[in-house]
Write a protein that binds this ligand. Structure first.
Ligand code: ZN
Ligand code: ZN
Length: 274
């Protein structure tokens, strides 16, 4: 499984000089499976470049691409109207999010709304690709090529989902936009058990977290705690605060590596093979 980060910033893009080393685009990560299938986690502004890079490939894209969402806050969906494969009539896209306990609103209407004429020049149905929206009530799923996906609903305003994705012996856990509360959510530790790579929200410092209760995020210290307790091989610190510049984040990375040497900042353009 190959994971490439295209957007690792939280909340809002920061295309600023002091932020470009880590990257300014909001959440979007490309997963390429050994089976040849492609999935994208979240459709923040980073998905624009995923689209361009996919279109430049010489070998044809899989008939269908899955876009799995942690939730539908705008920093996780706002890149979708700029995803070029969505304008290709030959391409099938499935946009998916879990709908445990029927708590999530209608996914298609969220995407339609962000492309209403008040916000965007072209409506969803004019994009061209065959786009379907899927909100499974199940939390465990296995594709035909035996890729296993397991989801857990976690605490975030409006709720969000953590995903554990397995292909053969490779395990990726994607856990962003999570507020653990007074103690670490044990279910996340359990779901992350022995993962090759854990991508975890690390938006705040422990001090900032004190003043940001209710905003739905974690501190880097909590990300490290989950990684250590779950015995993961690597930890990617993700969903960087827009007000943390490169210098600040690199210092934060050193602090994390003191506690957990296999941790690092998820940086735009970084590729990881697991
Ligand atoms: Zn977010
Ligand atoms: Zn959010």
């Amino acid at each position: 499984m190959k994971i490439t980060f295209y957007g690792t910033r939280g909340s809002i893009p920061v295309p600023e000089k002091g932020s470009l080393h880590v990257g300014g685009n909001t959440s979007s990560t490309l997963i390429e499976f050994e089976s040849g299938e492609i999935a994208i986690l979240d459709a923040g502004t980073g998905i624009r470049k995923i689209g361009h890079d996919l279109m430049l490939r010489s070998k044809p894209l899989p008939e269908e691409i899955l876009i799995g969402l942690s939730h539908t806050h705008w920093d996780h969906i706002q890149g979708f109207p700029f995803f070029s494969p969505a304008y290709n009539p030959k391409q099938k896209l499935t946009v998916a999010i879990c709908r445990q306990d029927y708590d999530t609103g209608d996914l298609e209407s969220v995407f339609r709304t962000q492309m209403q004429s008040d916000f965007f020049p072209l409506p969803l149905e004019k994009m061209g690709a065959e786009i379907s929206f899927w909100q499974p009530h199940i939390t465990r799923y296995r594709t035909t090529s035996k890729i296993k996906i397991e989801a857990i609903k976690h605490n975030h305003p409006g709720n969000a989902y953590t995903y554990r994705i397995e292909e053969k012996d490779s395990v990726l856990v994607y856990c962003t936009d999570i507020e653990h509360g007074d103690s670490i959510d044990e279910r996340i530790v359990e779901l992350s058990k022995d993962a090759d790579l854990l991508i975890h929200d690390a938006q705040y410092t422990p001090d900032e977290l004190e003043n940001k209760k209710g905003w739905g995020h974690s501190s880097w210290e909590q990300a490290v705690e989950v990684a250590m307790r779950a015995n993961v091989k690597k930890l990617a610190l993700f969903h960087h605060d827009p007000d943390h510049d490169d210098k600040f984040l690199i210092n934060l990375e050193w602090g994390c590596q003191n506690l957990f040497p296999s941790s690092f900042l998820a940086r735009e353009g970084m590729e990881i093979l697991i």
